[in-house]
Design a protein around this ligand. Sequence first.
Ligand SMILES: Cc1ncc(C[n+]2csc(CCOP(=O)(O)OP(=O)(O)O)c2C)c(N)n1
Length: 334
Amino acid sequence: MPKKPRLSDDDLLEMHYSLRLSRAFEERLSVLHRQGKIIGGIYSGIGQEAITVGACYGLRREDFICPLHRDLGAFLLKGVPARVLMAQVFGKRTGLSKGKDSYLHAGDSRLGIFGNTSMLGANLPVACGIAYGFRLRRQDHVAVAFFGEGAANVGDVHEAMNFAAVHRLAVVFVCENNLYAFSTPFEQAFAIPEVAVRAQAYGFPGVDVYGNDLLRVHGVMQEAIARARRGEGPTLVECKTFRWHGHSEHDPASYRTEEELIEWRSRDPIPLFERYLTEKGLLTDEVQRRLTERIEKEIDEAVAFAEESPWPEGPEAFEDIYAPSEAEVSHGEG
Ligand SMILES: Cc1ncc(C[n+]2csc(CCOP(=O)(O)OP(=O)(O)O)c2C)c(N)n1
């Protein structure tokens, strides 16, 4: 059982804000998608927010995350303003990648966010490379790589975990097990009860945690991160959860039952955390009302910013492709 993380009342309220902001942002994305305002697919992480918030809350700016398609909340937690993320989804010049793609592939090395490619599992070896860099520079930062249980069966994941174990790298592998990889249910892709048991075969701890319980996820992550910073190597954290929407907004998800969805919606991570906050006397109707107002305003402003932002003009396609040379970096600093 992980130790309870030491969190102040301000921390708890900040986590609550992050949960609700992620949810509101993605709910708005669904609406914008139906209105035909978004370029490309939307891969909703609604229902899974406790994982990204629990995993990323408290990370340092220098720590790196390697997020996947459902990890919008991780971008917000790592410091990307909502309006920039919205502009990214709209494909505008003011987004992270200046209109080159959606947030699935967006990154910002200054904030410690790796822009992932579409190949599932390919972000895990990158996280190992980042952590190896921390090792060479004698830094105690960590790399956190997210992946789905579907991605867990890709060869890259095996290579990454073995490499991280052998070199005792400061990586935390976070498996978001939402029980379906597109239409494939967990039991049709695994002959083991959970992904976390694989960690033992690589030689590091594997922890299975209920992914809708924010404090549990955060507690387990804090232990894994502390272990990584101490130089003791990686941890695999499997978070059991469920995605409420289809694989993407154009998928009706008819491969799963209505009962299953109703069951999991009743396990919504937000009211679960809110009950805890209410019992602690931190959440009153008035606090909720003010938070709702704040978040609605933030999302409205983000959408207005994205809509008013200019489209890329073309040359952006060739910008930010390669890292700047040492000379360019030092010239920039001067
Ligand atoms: C190597 C690879 N194989 C297949 C795909 C196609 N694909 C994209 S998302 C997806 C399902 C992913 O499931 P999971 O890893 O469990 O993540 P989830 O979407 O459930 O969050 C598949 C099969 C891909 N992008 N990359």
